[in-house]
Ligand binder design. Structure first.
Ligand code: C5P
Length: 226
């Protein structure tokens, strides 16, 4: 499959800084970036827009398989995401979309339907893959694997700031509850549960700045990033 193409996986629960670190890494190295969570969010959004129940496994898998999605990089290097030709970049970032994503992500047929689409992101010169099961299932042969963690309070706080910056509504209390529920669902599902790969480097980001985490990640990448 993608053996010759370098892959760095960055997994972990929400709010640990995966997205930020992965994007900075991709930009620094000039590699591709796979935001796998966006694919689950898009699947959930498309399913809801087509009036499907989120537990209708066959129908939702069908949506995932035929997802009409485009990732377009704007001039300011911001990535805009289009679903069925409509810009859904903000719609997929709400907590509701995150929760719906975690429901459809628990369905094995949906994960299977998105597998190849994710692997297709591995193109030269390399890819940074951000998600929950990048190192365990999607890219088990990855060159380097990272698993980021942070305390639930720190993660809720970060999420709160992110949402506020985007002008989205949220309360800290409901965020903590939603994060805990979503984590529990992601960890306990049978298909590709959230867990570190045996060969992943685990980094607790609770009291680290973005630069410190990035430096730590790079220090484990050695030859690959030179
Ligand atoms: O990372 P993000 O918050 O965008 O992911 C949304 C949801 O999608 C997660 O809570 C998780 O349930 C699901 N997901 C997954 N596997 C991935 C990426 C995301 O199950 N590789």
């Amino acid at each position: 499959m993608t053996d010759a193409i370098p892959v760095i996986t960055v997994d972990g629960p929400s709010g640990v800084g995966k997205g930020t670190i992965s994007q900075l890494l991709a930009r620094k190295l000039g590699w591709h970036f796979l935001d796998s969570g966006a694919l689950y969010r898009l699947t959930a959004l498309a399913a809801l827009r087509h009036g499907l129940a989120l537990d209708d496994e066959a129908a939702v898998a069908n949506i995932a398989r035929n997802l009409d999605v485009e990732f377009l990089t704007a001039e300011d290097s911001d990535v805009r995401i289009f679903l069925e030709k409509q810009d859904v970049s903000s719609d997929i970032r709400t907590e509701k979309a995150g929760n719906s994503a975690s429901k459809v992500a628990a369905l094995p047929a949906v994960r299977e339907a998105l597998l190849q689409r994710q692997r297709d992101f591995a193109e030269p010169p390399g890819v940074i893959a951000d998600g929950r099961d990048m190192g365990t299932t999607v890219f088990p042969q990855a060159t380097r694997k990272f698993f980021l963690t942070a305390s639930p309070a720190v993660r809720a706080e970060r999420r709160y700031k992110q949402l506020k910056e985007k002008g989205l509504d949220a309360t800290l209390h409901s965020l903590i509850e939603e994060i805990e529920q979503r984590d529990e669902r992601d960890r306990s599902r049978r298909a590709s549960p959230l867990r570190p790969a045996d060969d992943a480097v685990i980094i607790d980001t609770s009291v680290k700045s973005i630069d410190e985490v990035l430096d730590e990640v790079l220090s484990h990448c050695g030859e690959i990033v030179r």
